[in-house]
Design a protein around this ligand. Structure first.
Ligand code: S3P
Length: 169
């Protein structure tokens, strides 16, 4: 069985760009839980949150995770909330090597502030929200197999670190 490569972490951690680069370098297919979910629902995430609520979003997200974890040899870019659900993390860990991409709250804020598509960060003080969410989420994220600090690194450097770890596994 060829293990999946699973990227988790907070919004703005660089999961999507790393997943694309790894897919290119390893000649593997990559999938984003967010993109698949939007395709399934035929509407953007912001609209799903607004019209149907976060609980509904999480339900569809879990279904997408289950489908992806059942495949092999793929690269999975997980939405920032995926690993908070123990059922999701168990599925993903079973068939994949999980990398937690992390950065400081300030870096995450810098990387996310220009984009308005993330409903959880559409608040008066996004940096405070990032700090608050990160504090409660870190114990879940840290259940990954490996942790990669992305602060001050290029995507190429992050991917090189991931590839080096995989080479030694
Ligand atoms: C979320 C992260 C988003 C998306 C949704 C909720 C979260 O994905 O799934 O807005 O709870 O952290 P990205 O981490 O890809 O931005």
């Amino acid at each position: 069985m060829i293990k999946n490569i699973v990227l988790i972490g907070f919004m703005g951690a660089g999961k999507s760009v790393a997943a694309k680069e790894l897919a290119k370098r390893l000649k593997r297919e990559f999938f984003s839980t967010d993109a698949l979910l939007e395709k399934k629902e035929g509407r953007p995430i912001a609209e799903i949150f607004q019209a149907s609520g976060e609980a509904y979003f999480r339900k569809i997200e879990s279904a997408v995770v289950k489908e992806l974890a059942a495949r092999e040899g793929i690269i999975v870019d997980c939405g920032g909330g995926v690993f908070l659900n123990p059922e999701n993390s168990a599925h993903l860990k079973k068939t994949g090597t999980v990398f937690y991409l992390f950065a400081t709250s300030e870096v995450l804020h810098e990387r996310t502030k220009a984009h308005g598509h993330r409903p959880l960060l559409k608040v008066a003080d996004p940096l405070a929200k990032i700090k608050e969410l990160l504090k409660s989420r870190e114990p879940f994220y840290k259940q990954a197999d490996h942790q990669i600090d992305t602060s001050g690194k290029t995507n190429a450097q992050v991917c090189a670190e991931i590839l080096e770890i995989l080479k030694n596994e």
